[in-house]
Design a protein around this ligand. Structure first.
Ligand code: MV4
Length: 451
C-alpha cells in the first residue's frame, strides 16, 4: 500500500522534487530544515516541517537521531534521503529500519557493499560485468603495487577503496613515481576517509563517463532506463549531462543495459540506482562505481523514457510493482540535456558565489524543464552546495536540443550572484561538444581559455 506520509531528509531542489512526486501520488510530506533554510520554498511547500538544528549540516541534515525523531513525531512511514547528505549512509538506512520506518532506497547491505569500491569491483567482476584490469582487492605494500603495475603496464591509477568521486586517486605514468604516488594516495585516503586502503587499475585514457539508470522492485522486475553521458565534469563535479549518450550505438546500449541489470541482480538490489561505466575510445566499457541513490541528473532519463523515477522509488519502497515494467526494454525517445546552474563564477575558477538572487526569471516554452527551489529574493547559503537550478531541455533529436539549450540559456535571467549560465552558453558554441565528442578532459582541453 502506498504511504500516507513521508519525510524528506534533504533540502533545496531535490527536497522539492521529491515532495512534488509525493503530492501527485496523494502522499503527505514532512520537510526537515536547518535554521538557515527556514524561509526556503521547500519548507513552505511541505505539509509539515520540523526544524532539526543549525546551519552546519553536521548539526542538522546529517544528524540521524534528529531525523528519525522528526519522522516518529510526525507519523511519517518512510524517509526519502534525496542525494548527498545521508543518501548513501548505511547506518542511516539501518536506523530507519530499526525504527519501523521505510528507507526509500536500497537496503543497508547493498549500500555498504557498493560503498567499498574495491569490493564493489570484485563483486562486479565475479558476476561477469566488465571491469578495468586491476588488483584483486586492496594493495598493502609498495612491492605489491610495483608487481601489479609491471604486470598490467603503465600508466596505472591508484584508487582509494573508501573513495569515489575522485578523492585519493593518483595516476602513475612513470615507474619512478610509483612509490611516492602510492604513499600519497594512502595518506590522502586515510586523512579523507579514515580508511587508507587503495587498489590499482590500468589507467583508461580519455574515457567517457556513461552511466546506466536502473530500477528494481520486490516483484522481480529489473529494468534499465537507458544511459546518461556525464563526461562534462570539472574536478569530479558534473556540469552537463545528456541522454542518450552520443557515443553509443544501439548495440552498445543494449550491452551496457544487460551488464547493468546483471550487476543489480547480483547484489539483489532494490529501488533506483546507477551503474557508472568508463567508456574507452575503442568502445569498450568497464564498471567504475555503483551509486545507490537517485542522482542529480535523473531528469534527463525521465525525459527520454517518460518514467517518473521518484514516483517509481515511492512505489517500490511501498512494496508495489514499478508501474513502467511492461514498457521495458526501453529505447530512448528523443534527446535530453541538463545544465547545472551553480552559484559559481566560471571566470574565476568556479569559485562559489553565495548571496541574494535579486532577479530570477527561468525560461519556458517547448522542451524546457527547470528544477529549482529559488525565487527572486532567495538567498543562496554558503553552508550547502552551490546548485541554484537545473535547466533540462529535451526534443526530438540532439540538434534540436542544442538549439533549444542556446535559446533557453539566453532567456534565463539570474541577477545578484554569478552563475555558471555563461559557461554553459559557451559550451553550446563549442564544436567538440556540439559534435558529441566531449570526453572527461573536455573542460581542460576545450574550455581552457575560460579557466
Ligand atoms: C578511472 C579513470 C581512468 N582509468 N579509472 C573518477 C572518479 C571515480 N569515479 C573514478 N574515476 C576515474 N576512474 C581508470 N581505471 C578515470 C577516472 C576519471 C573520471 C571518470 C569519469 C568522469 C570524469 C573523470 C575525471 C577524471 C578521472
Amino acid at each position: 500500500m502506498m504511504f500516507d506520509k513521508i519525510l524528506v531528509a534533504n533540502r533545496g531542489e531535490v527536497a522539492l522534487r521529491v515532495m512534488r512526486a509525493a503530492r501527485e501520488l496523494g502522499v503527505k510530506t514532512v520537510a526537515v530544515y536547518s535554521t538557515e533554510d527556514a524561509d526556503t520554498y521547500p519548507v513552505r511547500y511541505a505539509d509539515e516541517a520540523v526544524c532539526i538544528g543549525p546551519a552546519q549540516a553536521t548539526k542538522s541534515y546529517l544528524v540521524i537521531p534528529s531525523i528519525i525523531a522528526a519522522a516518529k513525531n510526525t507519523g511519517a512511514q518512510a524517509i526519502h534521503p534525496g542525494y548527498g547528505f545521508l543518501a548513501e549512509n548505511a547506518e542511516f538506512a539501518r536506523a530507519c529500519v530499526d525504527n519501523d520506518i521505510v528507507f526509500i532506497g536500497p537496503d543497508a547491505e547493498c549500500i555498504e557493499r557498493m560503498g567499498d569500491k574495491s569490493s564493489a569491483r570484485e563483486t562486479m567482476k565475479a558476476c561477469g560485468v566488465p571491469t578495468v584490469p586491476g588488483s584483486d582487492g586492496c594493495i598493502d605494500t609498495v612491492e605489491e603495487a610495483r608487481a601489479f603495475a609491471d604486470r598490467v603496464g603503465y600508466p596505472v591509477l591508484i584508487k582509494a577503496t573508501a573513495g569515489g568521486g575522485g578523492k585519493g586517486m593518483r595516476e602513475v605514468h612513470d615507474p619512478a613515481d610509483l612509490e611516492s604516488q602510492y604513499k600519497a594516495a594512502r595518506a590522502e585516503a586515510g586523512a579523507a576517509f579514515g580508511n587508507d586502503g587503495v587498489y590499482l587499475e590500468k589507467l583508461v585514457l580519455r574515457p567517457r563517463h556513461v552511466e546506466v539508470q536502473v530500477l528494481a522492485d520486490n516483484h522481480g522486475n529489473h529494468i534499465s532506463l537507458c544511459e546518461r553521458d556525464c563526461s562534462v565534469q570539472r574536478r569530479h563535479q558534473k556540469l552537463i549531462e545528456e541522454a542518450p549518450s552520443p557515443a553509443l550505438t544501439d548495440e552498445l546500449r543494449r550491452a551496457m543495459g544487460v551488464a547493468a541489470i546483471k550487476a543489480v541482480r547480483a547484489v539483489d538490489y532494490r529501488n533506483a540506482g546507477t551503474i557508472e561505466f568508463l567508456l574507452d575510445e575503442s568502445g569498450h566499457f568497464y564498471f567504475m562505481e555503483m551509486n545507490t541513490r537517485v542522482q542529480v541528473e535523473h531528469p534527463v532519463s525521465e525525459q527520454i523514457t517518460g518514467v517518473d523515477i521518484i514516483k517509481e522509488q515511492l512505489r517500490i519502497a511501498a512494496g508495489e510493482p514499478m508501474s513502467c515494467a511492461s514498457r521495458a526494454p526501453f529505447t530512448p525517445f528523443g534527446h535530453a540535456m541538463e545544465f547545472r546552474i551553480n552559484a559559481e563564477d566560471p571566470d574565476h575558477g568556479f569559485r562559489p558565489c553565495p548571496g541574494t538572487i535579486t532577479r530570477f526569471e527561468p525560461p519556458s516554452g517547448p522542451g524546457v524543464r527547470v528544477e529549482s527551489y529559488v525565487r527572486s529574493g532567495s538567498r543562496i547559503s554558503p553552508y550547502y552546495d552551490s546548485m541554484v537550478a537545473k535547466l533540462i531541455v529535451y526534443g526530438q533529436d540532439r540538434e534540436e536540443v542544442l538549439a533549444r539549450g542556446r535559446r533557453a540559456l539566453d532567456e534565463f535571467v539570474i541577477e545578484g550572484i554569478a552563475t555558471t549560465l555563461p559557461f554553459h552558453r559557451r559550451v553550446l558554441d563549442n564544436q567538440v561538444f556540439c559534435d558529441g565528442q566531449a570526453c572527461t578532459d573536455f573542460i581542460e582541453t576545450q574550455m581552457g581559455d575560460l579557466l
